[in-house]
Design a protein around this ligand. Structure first.
Ligand code: GDP
Length: 492
């Protein structure tokens, strides 16, 4: 079943603005020996708040706040009285966890303080930590950056973690969790291994030529591996846009002649009054877009002006924008008034919008189409009258809700096709960066095939391998790291 709203506004609300400071290039460099601390749970009054530290002075900081007691056993929750080391003033009775590196999230010595979540307790503990020499407040994303720097997470896993923190729909959560579990990274590493083998074969041939000691057919073996890899990469790249849609929302556009019930449908699906519903034709004149969680998928739902000719300049502009938005759609919900199918506006819409979309190659870049006949409550019991050219359609009444469940079921299947199903199939490519490197790898394999000599062929394999390695973070440039870590907030 579909759930509540998928709202970008909620996302902003989860992360208080002052915690989301973006980092300039290099600002996250921890510097040697720095120990960082931050509140890692959300801001505001709550039952428990988690404050953590990472760095060599973590153990010292824990001892200072829990004096006279020593460090608790590693990775076991222990109850301790926390006091301000400057005044000895008690701050809270808290659970503390001591994670000596490298068996910790960041790979460094870490401490977690699970304190009572009142603002005075949290700020008291943060101030007390700030007074311990060698400790400083963490920058946004700094814990995760350290985890990456110490090889605890690959770059694709870091991206998965960022997506998991921001996931607002079920499908986004599933996808992010799979990426955090390292599925995309594993796949890339297995591809990189294939390339390493192929490269070893080519280099062996360069070194030993037709030498007797060399296994027969090494070059053929390398060719075979490269061909297999090309097929796998090609299949993944064909799917590339699906993962990106899953991450940032699929574009679903509602279109139809005036008064078909487009605004009513948008309001029904988004469960809020996005558009004005009125019997007066031509009320929606601009594209109205709203983010929604549709059947568990993130969607940007657009209400558009009713498509009709011969209207005033403002509505004409609305119609032009509606047509433009249709070109950008991933899925089109074409709507007609079921009780008015024989009207000129319905026939014209079927001929000029539905028929061309329905006949386009579905494997191409054209959007998928769902024809919805609304106002089924106005129909006689035997259904819509004879209409020979009517393509497959769904019956709906926005007024009574009849047919809504069926529409949502179909939408779920359509969106799974548009976004990819995150619970099955190969890992999706959720970022343009992934696509760029896979394409780069594929191009390099093309150069391998057409290389004039073996040295150039080996070089092409090295370039292809480099792209796969950069995808998971090996040899990543500081610039890319900064872009990815911008998605994190302080404490993560
Ligand atoms: P739009 O111009 O396509 O956006 O259509 P609206 O959503 O503004 O609806 C036009 C008119 O049709 C309004 O008076 C709605 O109340 C009415 N309407 C919408 N859906 C239904 C329906 O399922 N049944 C009936 N009887 N009226 C509907």
């Amino acid at each position: 079943m579909w759930r509540g709203l998928w709202s970008l506004a909620t996302r902003a609300a989860h992360w208080p603005h002052r915690l989301c400071t973006r980092q300039s290039s290099g600002a996250l460099d921890p510097g040697p020996g720095a120990t960082i601390f931050a509140l890692s749970s959300g801001q505001g009054r709550c039952g428990i708040a988690v404050i953590r530290t990472s760095g060599p002075a973590s153990g010292h900081a824990l001892r200072r706040l829990t004096e006279p007691r020593n460090l608790p056993p590693a990775r076991k929750a222990s109850l301790r009285l926390l006091s301000d080391p400057r005044s000895g003033e008690p701050l809270d009775r808290a659970l503390v966890l001591w994670f000596p590196g490298p068996q910790s999230f960041t790979g460094e010595d870490c401490v977690e303080f699970h304190v009572h979540g009142g603002p005075a307790v949290v700020s008291g503990v943060l101030e007390a930590l700030g007074s311990v020499p060698g400790l400083r407040p963490a920058e946004a994303g700094e814990f995760t950056k350290r985890a990456f720097a110490h090889g605890k997470l690959s770059l694709t896993e870091v991206e998965g973690l960022a997506d998991l923190i921001h996931a607002e729909t079920e499908s986004q959560r599933r996808q992010a969790l799979r990426q955090l579990d390292g599925e995309l990274g594993h796949l890339c590493r297995s591809w990189a291994e294939t390339l390493t083998k192929a490269l070893a074969h080519v280099e062996a041939y360069i070194d030993f030529g037709e030498d007797d000691n060399l296994e027969e057919g090494v070059l053929e073996q390398a060719d075979k591996e490269v061909r297999k890899l090309e097929v796998a990469l090609g299949a993944h790249l064909r799917d590339a846009r699906r993962g990106q849609r899953l991450r940032s929302g699929a574009h679903v556009v509602v279109t139809g002649p005036p008064n078909a019930g487009k605004s009513s449908l948008v309001n029904l699906l988004s469960q809020k009054p996005v558009s004005i519903v009125s019997p007066e034709p031509g009320t929606t004149r601009d594209v109205l877009e709203t983010p929604v969680d549709l059947a568990g998928f993130p969607v940007l739902l657009s209400d558009t002006a009713g498509l009709r000719e011969g209207v005033g300049p403002v509505e004409q502009e609305g119609v032009r924008r509606a047509r433009k938005r249709l070109e950008q759609a991933d899925l089109v919900l074409a709507m007609l008034d079921a009780s008015n199918l024989a009207s000129p506006s319905s026939c014209n819409f079927l001929d000029t919008v539905v028929a061309p979309l329905g006949t386009r190659n579905p494997s191409g870049s054209s959007p998928r189409l769902l024809l919805v006949l609304n106002k089924s409550d106005l129909l006689p019991p035997e259904g819509p009258g004879p209409c020979p050219d009517l393509p497959p359609h769904l019956l709906l009444s926005c007024l009574t809700g009849a047919g809504l469940h069926g529409l949502l079921e179909v939408l779920k299947k359509e969106l799974a096709a548009v976004c990819g199903d995150p619970s099955t199939g190969p890992p999706l490519l959720t970022r343009a960066r992934h696509q760029h490197h896979l394409q780069g790898c594929l191009d390099a394999l093309g150069h391998y095939k057409h290389a004039r000599d073996l040295a150039l062929a080996a070089e092409a394999l090295r370039v292809a391998w480099g792209h796969l390695t950069r995808l998971t973070g090996g040899g990543g440039t500081e610039e890319i790291l900064d872009i990815i870590f911008q998605d994190f907030c302080v404490g993560k």
